[in-house]
Design a protein around this ligand. Structure first.
Ligand code: HEC
Length: 115
């Protein structure tokens, strides 16, 4: 019985720890850019301020545990939220010259699904 409890505690601790990005995740978020130079420039100018820093409330770029539950709601909803704003997420991600396609590509890049 005690052993079982131990396993349960260990599992709970592991799943909790998985939500916290490690050094490699933080490194990826800081150093990675979309492949397109134009997108990379827009990304650096807007999304990065919030999405490349852990603890801002924004899902961390490239960090799957932050993005998976959002992606599960459907990419169209995510892109709509990026365009219209969502809670502390500013409309257009504070990127006034981003097109809808740019927002989609930047979202996919940060969620690391595609691009
Ligand atoms: C001022 C900070 C800030 C900037 C700049 C910013 N975001 Fe966000 N973003 C947030 C926060 C905070 C959230 C989490 C909102 C929530 O879930 O309550 C978020 C969430 C999102 C989501 C998930 C929405 C959902 O439905 O779960 C997407 C997609 C997104 N941002 C895309 C972008 C893109 C693309 C850019 C750059 C063009 C960008 N963001 C720039 C703060 C920012």
């Amino acid at each position: 019985m005690r052993a079982l409890l131990g396993v349960a505690v260990l599992l709970a601790a592991c799943s909790g720890a998985k939500q916290e990005p490690g050094a490699a995740d933080l490194q990826w978020a800081e150093s990675s850019r979309p492949a397109s130079a134009q997108l990379a420039e827009r990304y650096e100018r807007s999304c990065m301020a919030c999405h490349s820093v852990n603890g801002t409330g924004a899902p961390l770029a490239g960090f799957a545990p932050h993005w998976k539950p959002r992606i599960d709601k459907g990419i169209d909803q995510l892109v709509r939220h990026a365009s219209e704003g969502f809670n502390a997420m500013p409309a257009m991600g504070a990127c006034n010259d981003c097109s809808a396609d740019d927002l989609r590509a930047l979202t996919l890049f940060m969620a690391r699904s595609g691009t």
